[in-house]
Design a protein around this ligand. Structure first.
Ligand code: SAH
Length: 292
């Protein structure tokens, strides 16, 4: 398996529309580099469809009165190139107030709880807005040091579930923030391997990583994190509701701004109540809880 790296030159006026379109096309992540967008796609996506999808999008931009003149080129990255690219680009970051994300080749930052994450092939290095938001919200709802809400919203630090664990980053954070039992699930075996390896790198004995979805776990959880696409979140709303114990919360991220109302409606239909919405750039997150 490999990846396509697209370098795109686009005007500021059309940038957001193009970013949304690339999300719909399955883009794994985008970074901005000296006025250019660098976007990654798995090579399981047909390159002709990717190219045509971008070329045809010019008409959509033109129709919307935006600047249709963007240009792009792309290169193929083998799995090994991809890892090397990540290593070069991976800079340590400090999400929330207590955490620091560190690749294995960096040393710990003093005063912060270090999460060692070797990105490997899985999603979840902590650099994406949605991952950062989930980390910040996990910290917020366990810390008892709430700035924007009553401390009564804090959850018990007993059982944590991470649905779509990727590199295991949220599961590892939950364990390091004091949860007694942590479970991470992912349907992608590559992610399962990466998450299990990262749990080991962090020397965590209470993190269990399993291949599968939320339907493959049993029991109730005090806090659930699910950083997934909005359709997936809506599809698993009943399972999320039945996995939440009394006073338990779910942090849902991964939806684009504008998709959050559908996710909230799906959660309400499953019997959950909305506690909070959070926005970071183009991304929305919501916190829902079981109605008492
Ligand atoms: N939790 C990480 C990774 C999120 S990326 C973070 O916050 O950064 C989303 C992950 O969910 C991917 O690894 C993908 O394989 C997985 N996934 C997608 N649909 C899923 C589903 N229905 N059940 C479980 N995992 C799923």
């Amino acid at each position: 398996m490999g990846y396509y790296e697209f370098t795109i030159r686009v005007s500021d006026r059309s940038k957001d529309a193009l970013l949304n379109r690339m999300d719909e096309m399955g883009c794994l992540g985008v970074s901005e580099n000296r006025g250019r967008l660098v976007a990654y796609f798995r090579d399981s996506r047909d390159i002709i469809l990717l190219r045509d999808g971008l070329n045809l999008f010019r008409e959509v931009l033109r129709g919307a009165g935006l600047d249709p003149d963007f240009s792009f080129d792309y290169v193929y990255l083998s799995e090994r190139d991809w890892n090397e690219t990540w290593k070069k680009k991976f800079v340590p970051i400090d999400p929330g107030e207590k955490l620091a994300i560190l690749p294995p080749w960096e040393s710990a930052r003093c005063g912060r709880i270090g999460l060692i994450i070797d990105p490997g092939m899985a999603f979840g290095t902590g650099h994406h807005e949605t991952t950062k938001t989930c980390l910040m919200l996990i910290e917020k709802y366990v810390s008892g040091l709430l700035r924007n809400g009553p401390a009564a919203n804090c959850v018990r630090k007993d059982c944590f579930l991470d649905v779509g664990t990727g590199t295991g980053i949220l599961a590892i954070a939950a364990s390091k923030l004091g949860f007694a039992h942590v479970t991470g699930v992912d349907i992608d075996p590559v992610a399962v391997d990466a998450a299990a390896r990262n749990a080991e790198l962090n020397d965590l004995g209470n993190v269990e990583i399993r291949e599968g979805g939320i339907g493959d776990v049993e029991g109730r959880f005090d806090l659930i994190a699910a950083n997934l696409m909005s359709e997936v979140l809506i599809g698993i709303a009943p399972e999320i509701a039945s996995c939440l114990g009394d006073g338990a919360l779910a942090i849902l991220s991964g939806m684009l701004v504008g998709q959050e109302d559908d996710v909230i409606a799906g959660m309400k239909k499953a019997g959950l109540a909305l506690l909070e919405k959070y926005y970071d750039g183009r991304w929305a997150s919501v916190i829902v809880g079981r109605r008492r």
